[in-house]
Design a protein around this ligand. Structure first.
Ligand code: OSB
Ligand code: MG
Length: 368
């Protein structure tokens, strides 16, 4: 297979409501898509990088730039030796930019699998046909607003609630949700690095709510700090931002910094590395779940396939299209009894809806 051209598409997809984390608030999902044209057909991927370098150092225009200037030319240099499996080794010399690397690998993999009539689920080793869905709930201005939102998601059928927290929005909202919806609600929190080593006593107060986990409480480089916190509190510590590779996952597990892992393929450089993390965790007896980056259908489809692997034993942030968007870029993913079907068609199993994509497109650039 050979890479002939790549179209980089910048889209602004409106969110139904603002999504606020400890890192900031977004009302429009601003993303870059990678549309790979190969000699065996085309492939699609959504790059997870945010508009701002707030979740990680990557951001959408930087991702487009590094793809255009370095990664796409490198993949083209592979000539007819191109495969999805060859992308990560070819880009290994370049530091970081894992979301950009992931997007190129995923688009090429989509083309490769479409050509061979294989689904992402089959390629990755999925063992389920549908996956349980959780939902990530942003920080709100008021507690009544939060309660109304959580109540709505539970009425929709979501099986697990994740509350975004930050200093000043932690103990009270968690307590209210736990007391209102009862001890059986699967409840977890995500701090997106908002706390420090000085906040351990504050975080220990959350122990009384029997949370499934606390996600990324302190800064991403501080893996030792997370190990210290994990010893200090009873709530399981789950790393997101910190886990950028299978090697880091192995080390974080070994020092006790994470007893559950949030796997986001984009954060770790792609689906192939994500499966490696799944396997490292499985061998160590560490459950994993699939995180999200507010992806439209193009990104969500592949995440659902990954979430169907056997060690994904907790509900993911793989919510239905309607949780985020009035109009998705593909046929919408729907929630049925708290679960979402894993796509079965070739490649990611869904196609962009041209007129919707055109409506949300801000700019396109061809790299040849
Ligand atoms: O930390 O998991 C996160 C969204 C954007 C950036 C980081 C995160 C999130 C979410 C929402 O929590 C996940 C989703 O529903 O896609
Ligand atoms: Mg997170």
């Amino acid at each position: 297979m050979k890479l002939e051209a790549v179209e980089l598409i910048r889209l602004d997809v409106p969110l139904k409501s603002a999504f606020r984390t400890s890192e900031g608030s977004v009302t429009v999902h601003e993303v870059v898509w990678v549309h790979a044209i190969t000699d065996v057909g085309e492939g699609w991927a959504e790059c997870a990088a945010n508009a701002l370098p707030d979740y990680s150092s990557e951001y959408h225009t930087a991702a487009a730039g590094v793809l255009r200037d370095f990664f796409i030319p490198e993949a083209m240099k592979l000539g007819n030796q191109l495969t999805a499996e060859a992308i990560a080794p070819a880009l290994h010399w370049a530091k970081g930019h894992r979301m950009a690397k992931a997007a190129l690998e995923t688009a090429v993999l989509d083309a490769q699998l479409r050509a061979s009539g294989t689904s992402f689920a089959t390629y990755l080793g999925a063992t389920k046909t549908k996956v349980p869905a959780g939902v990530s709930v942003g920080i709100m201005d008021t507690l009544p607003e939060l309660m109304k939102t959580v109540e709505g998601y539970l009425a929709d059928g979501y099986l697990r609630i994740k509350l975004k927290i930050e200093p000043g929005w932690d103990y009270e909202p968690v307590k209210l949700v736990r007391e209102t919806f009862g001890p059986d609600l699967l409840l977890q929190v995500d701090a997106n690095t908002a706390y420090t080593r000085d906040d351990f006593d504050l975080l220990k107060r959350l122990d009384e709510f029997n949370l499934l986990l606390i996600e990324q409480p302190i800064q991403e480089e501080d893996i030792l700090g997370h190990a210290r916190l994990a010893e200090y509190i009873t709530t399981p510590v789950c790393l997101d931002e910190s886990i950028v590779s299978a090697g880091v996952a192995r080390d974080a597990i070994e020092i006790g910094a994470t007893s559950i892992i949030n796997i986001k393929p984009a954060r770790v450089g792609g689906y192939i590395e994500a499966v490696k993390i799944h396997n490292v965790a499985q061998v160590a007896g560490i459950p994993v779940w699939c995180g999200g980056m507010l992806e439209t259908g193009i990104g969500r489809a592949a995440n659902l396939a990954l979430a169907a692997l056997p060690n994904f034993t907790l509900p993911g942030d793989t919510s239905a299209s309607a949780r985020y968007f009035e109009t998705d870029t593909t046929e919408p993913f729907v929630l049925v009894d708290g679960h979402i079907d894993v796509p079965t068609g070739p490649g990611i199993g869904v196609d962009p809806i041209r007129e919707v994509v055109d409506r949300f497109t801000v700019s396109t650039e061809w790299v040849k």
